[in-house]
Design a protein around this ligand. Sequence first.
Ligand code: PLP
Length: 402
Amino acid sequence: MTIERAYMDHNATAPVRPEAAEAVARVLALTGNPSSVHAEGRAAHKIVEDARVAVAALVKAKPAEITFTSGGTEAANLALHAARNALGIRRIVLSSVEHDAVRLAAAHSGLEVEVLPVDENGIADLAALAGLLDAPGKGRTLVALMLANNETGVIQPVAEAVAMARAAGAFMLTDAVQAVGRMPVDFVALGADMMLLSGHKLGSPQGIGALVWRDELAFEPLIRGGGQELRRRSGTENVPGIAGFGAAARAAARDADAYTRIAELRDALEAALKAAVPDVRIFGENAPRLANTSLFSSAGLNAETLLMILDLDGFAVSAGSACSSGKVARSHVLEAMGVEPHLAKGAIRVSLGLANTRAEIERFVQSWARAAVKARAHDSGVKTGAPESASVRAAASSAVPA
Ligand code: PLP
């Protein structure tokens, strides 16, 4: 019997949209370097510029403010490099729930790093930000606050933080990698100086992203060479990836309303989880969140075991934090939110997309409740020291067919 697969890991990467795949295929059938002056080169150049217009439109930035990169991670490293070398930034204040792309770029940037705490809902503490910004003699500061968190989906008060940063003479970076395509993003209305984007979260191929950099600010490249991307990022452009990113951006703008339906699915998922397992904890539940994301756990579970069982049942989901080489690392996001380790350890993230259905959600909840029982049985030899959840056992044995 073949197990039906249900892909529910869109925050890790989203399926390539048909429009993006077609755009990539069209480019692959052409030859031409965007820097060449002949007709073929000019055609490639036009593809890149059309995509720049589409990506800029999706986030309400100017096309000239978009620099294509290999993804969100490169955009983060480029942003901090340029901030330090072109804007004279000396210190970065970053939220405790930033993605590793920003955390580790900051740690290796040569900037003094200070951490902005979040509350139990995962929302940045703006009173603490006021204190951190009131730091005479510390030099120019950059504040990094992501628009939406990849693990919890929690949406941060970026516009408020920007106003505070501005008033204190500081600059503002926002990581919009997870937000773009899943909520309205307006670079001008937010008021940030720089923003990170990644194509594969909204349906382009992987390995393409962008840095949005406010046009009146000075800039300094990280990768030097032939001077492509208006001298901001050298190297022959990834024309297929850029074309795919542009097409995905246009499709995402068109499908913006689909997120109402996805929010209904996510709410149905959470209601079913609570019905099956009353002591389930949904992280960031009381904060504004992306419509597609739910991160949850119940005491004493182990995400690594759960993921394996759920995978065998046909579900592609993630642990609370990124896995590398199949190992689930401890979630710095849940730690920052003060979540007890025995709960954090079993956190599973479901991140939905356009193709998910209610039937998949129902199957998933049954599978998760059953997997929780199996995972406990499997892990009891390893001994987690965590309290048993009787309600998980009861839900799985009564409501769920074996
Ligand atoms: N920022 C956030 C919030 C992310 O979720 C990710 C990827 O998971 C990145 C940055 C890095 O983006 P990329 O995979 O394009 O390098």
